[in-house]
Design a protein around this ligand. Structure first.
Ligand code: CMC
Length: 393
């Protein structure tokens, strides 16, 4: 053993200092640069939140306009990237496409990979925020066999994303303001969440001086897992598996059984030991979207509400402070909007890119930054004699 603190899963180790996001887990509060998530979700659009995370202050009107025009300027992908998409099988998981395509950006934008140059860092940050939505929409279009739709720069970030995803070249596409607003809210609520697994991955990858496109690809890979960003897909799969309201108690019992690997997806959080404030905002959005789409009687939402109701009264969940998290509702909204389940985590990645980029930039600009190099407690053999191959048993 070495003289190190043993902290598996980093439950009590601060890996960095940061000015970006504060989570008060005990009281279920989340702040970005001092502003509460409720205020931001209610009063801002996603671009303002991106600016806030990256630059530390909410933008003035002029700053917002400049930022938006820089983001829209970068929405287009290099045409050569189309071949990259076409190399995948049509049934590839879109997250696999995202990991590959975003990593490949490093090979296309050489003029923004020098991390010692502040201008290049800024250009890379804007490119990533912008191109992620184009790549995500393309991953969807590729999976359904429809032609790619090029971005429209007269639309807002969220409108453009919905347009690139759902428009068909032969039809006029009608944008619903309610759906665009709900999409924007989902992006705002997922924008940053301090040192979660994917953000820590981005920082760890970036600590070696790797370029930002490669670091964000690493973050996407980490986000994919069902205990992290993959949970929104897992929630829907679980609701479909349960199938009807009368089977909710049976599955709650399974979730409590330590010999059963089943967990209630969309419940519990490492840091929130109270209601996830993002879930509270999205709960309302879920109702707005289902009203707008005339899907108020959606059986899955009904089932979800029943599950929430019973779990919140159940001793096991109450004792362990297991409340619904953001993924519990985002999956329901995204399904109602028409996204296939395989796209849910992709949308999380689109939103979280700004958080990853802001955290990466903060780290690179920190004069005390060093390569991340965790230590370990070695539990293997001590030194032993080598055995030649023909004497081994
Ligand atoms: N269903 C049933 N029991 C649970 C659940 C759950 N979803 N989550 C935690 N527990 C129990 C767990 O068995 C343990 O019980 P005991 O103390 O009797 O052994 C106790 O609650 C503490 O759990 P833990 O695994 O030590 O908690 P953690 O902080 O390591 O895990 C978590 C946090 C989010 C991974 C976990 O709650 C979980 O697996 N939830 C389901 C997946 C999910 O919804 N993830 C999305 C997280 S929010 C979005 C994001 O960050 O990406």
């Amino acid at each position: 053993t070495g003289a190190f603190t043993y902290d598996p899963g980093f439950t009590s180790t601060a890996s960095c200092s940061s000015n970006i996001t504060y989570i008060d887990g005990e009281n279920g509060r989340l702040y970005h640069r001092g502003y509460s998530i409720e205020d931001l979700a209610e009063n801002c659009d996603f671009m303002e939140v991106c600016y806030l995370l990256l630059h530390g202050e909410l933008p003035t009107r002029g700053e917002k306009a400049d930022f938006e025009s820089s983001i829209t300027y970068h929405t287009m992908l290099h045409e050569q990237m189309l071949y990259f998409f076409r190399g995948f099988r049509r049934d590839a998981h879109p997250m696999a496409v995202m990991v590959g395509a975003v990593g490949a950006l490093s090979a296309f934008y050489h003029d923004s990979t020098d991390i010692t140059d502040p201008h290049q860092r800024m250009v890379a940050s804007h490119r990533l925020i912008s191109k992620m939505s184009t790549i995500a929409a393309m991953a969807y279009k590729f999976s359904v066999g429809q032609p790619f739709i090029y971005p429209r720069n007269d639309l807002s970030f969220s409108e453009n994303f919905l347009y690139m995803t759902f428009a068909v070249p032969t039809e006029e596409y009608k944008l619903s303001p309610v759906l665009a607003r709900a999409m924007d809210r989902i992006f705002i609520l997922h924008a940053d969440h301090e040192q979660n697994a994917s953000t820590s991955t981005v920082r760890l990858a970036g600590s070696s001086g790797a370029n930002p496109f490669a670091c964000i690809a690493a973050g996407i890979a980490s986000l994919w897992g069902p205990a992290h960003g993959g949970a929104n897909q897992a929630v829907l799969e679980m609701l479909e598996q349960i199938g009807s309201k009368d089977r909710v108690p049976e599955f709650l019992e399974r979730a409590k059984d330590k010999n059963d690997p089943f967990r209630l997806m969309g419940f519990g959080h490492r840091v929130y030991k109270n209601y996830d404030p993002r879930a509270a905002v999205l709960r309302q959005s879920a109702h707005d979207v289902l009203d707008e789409l005339g899907k108020r009687d959606d059986p899955l939402l009904d089932l979800a509400m029943e599950m929430e109701r019973i779990a919140l009264e159940d001793e096991y969940f109450v004792e362990r402070k297991l409340f619904p998290n953001v993924d519990f509702y985002s999956g329901i909204i995204l399904k109602a909007m028409g996204f296939p389940m395989s796209m849910f985590t992709v949308l999380f990645a689109v939103a979280r890119t700004v958080g990853w980029v802001a955290q990466w930039k903060e780290m690179v600009e920190d004069p005390n930054q060093r390569i991340s190099r965790p230590r370990q407690i070695y539990t293997g053999y001590g030194p032993r004699d080598f055995i030649p191959v023909d004497q081994r048993e």
